[in-house]
Design a binder for this molecule. Sequence first.
Ligand SMILES: Nc1ncnc2c1ncn2[C@@H]1O[C@H](COP(=O)(O)OP(=O)(O)OP(=O)(O)O)[C@@H](O)[C@H]1O
Length: 333
Amino acid sequence: MAIIAASSVEKIFRQPKRQSGFGGALRSLFSREHTEVRAVDGISFAIEGGEAAGYLGPNGAGKSTMIKMMTGILVPSSGTVEVLGREPHSNRITNAAEIGVVFGQRSQLWWDLPVRDSFDLNRHIYDIPASRFADNLARLTSMLDMAGYIDRPVRQLSLGQRMRAEIAMALLHDPKILFLDEPTIGLDVVAKDVVRKFLAEVNRERGTTIILTTHDLVDIEEICPRLIMVDDGKLLFDGELRHLRTALGSRRRLKLEFGTDPGAITLKTAQLVTDEGLAKHFLLESQQTSILDVLTELGSGHDLKDVKLEEPNIEEVIRTFYQNKPALAGARP
Ligand SMILES: Nc1ncnc2c1ncn2[C@@H]1O[C@H](COP(=O)(O)OP(=O)(O)OP(=O)(O)O)[C@@H](O)[C@H]1O
């Protein structure tokens, strides 16, 4: 059964039109002119309990706005959002008891207090029974390796330490759903790895449903089998990453290495995607295209040193997807 259901959701932000200069600013105060930003434009999806879904899209695509509507911070302009059978914004307190929220760019911890004190405040806010709190705190402290800094004020922590504490704080009351808005932003590779492994484990072992927004494709690869892709407020793809790979990954990549740079090469059997001079990367035009087809078309007379067929990496899959988005919009395998 779906525990999150979004149906034809729209969010339109209206802002008074600003005019430049002091006089303009004054006139704007009395002007009735507005500009509209359609941040979320007719999005529908349903998420089952226990799923891990990644919400991916370029800057300004409407990811944070959607998370804010699912957590009850914003109200949709039209359409409906239901989380655990309720409308989040009109049931904020009940909803908050059953969800956890982490905003990568905003802290929920008390800046001047030791981490432990923020956790303790959450115990009171969520009315967590003492024994359950103690168990959860011990488990999260060990899993996220927080023992070394749990008694230090938040302002003294590194970003990686703080993010681990933010995630722990959001999980202390055993939420059914964990929403994360860019949880790995700004973290170094080691900290990203810790956060990803932890989130994948929480989803797998405890069945916590995870919805996260990210720009980092590795987050999706390691945490979320399901991918929801948006651009300009619209849904472009909703399905499994592996399906997207199969749909687009059929264009295998071929690397040709030359002893001397032959300049740009245009072929019918393969599309040049990256030109590094001596090394040129192509996407084969179709599944049926063979290396031999490409080499035959290329012909002799080039100082060709090596040929490598490469599987497409996830970044390439996503880039290809966005390049072909009109043809693929709304795809749900
Ligand atoms: N409170 C607001 N008032 C007016 N416009 C807003 C508001 N919040 C967001 N927007 C606009 O809505 C659009 C979507 O913003 P949103 O923050 O949801 O994008 P995003 O996909 O999360 O982007 P990013 O990856 O850069 O964080 C943007 O054009 C943004 O400027």
